[in-house]
Unconditional design. Structure first.
Length: 114
């Protein structure tokens, strides 16, 4: 999990926020994928409105990024380096993907501190 919990908690006190859920399956040719994914994560963290990211991958990959506004999400999608990565994903890395954009109105969690 790679969420900045203090920033997200501070934002959540008075605001709803948005989640971009990116679900995918890889193609057989993933050369360069890990390097680009790490670069995109670093770049996303610098974008206005970015709150955090969570990711998991086996056969199915799920990455959820959290944003303050829909406008912030739109700007990230149109960011030039991100556009290059999106094109590479379509041409080489993914057999399938789906993007869902959701408004997060409430959250709760459990943490076992044993």
């Amino acid at each position: 999990m790679k969420i900045n919990p203090k920033r997200l908690e501070m934002y959540m006190k008075n605001n709803n926020y948005y989640a971009v859920i990116f679900t995918s399956t890889h193609s057989k040719n993933t050369k360069g994928y890990l390097e680009k994914a790490k670069k995109m994560e670093k770049l996303a963290k610098k974008q206005k409105g970015f709150l955090g990211i969570e990711s998991a991958r086996n056969e199915l990959g799920i990455t959820i990024s959290y944003w303050e506004t829909l406008e912030d999400i739109k700007n990230w999608k149109a960011q030039s380096d991100h556009l290059v990565a999106q094109r590479k994903g379509i041409e080489q890395w993914y057999d399938w993907y789906k993007v869902r954009i959701c408004k997060v109105e409430r959250e709760y969690e459990f943490l076992n501190n044993k």
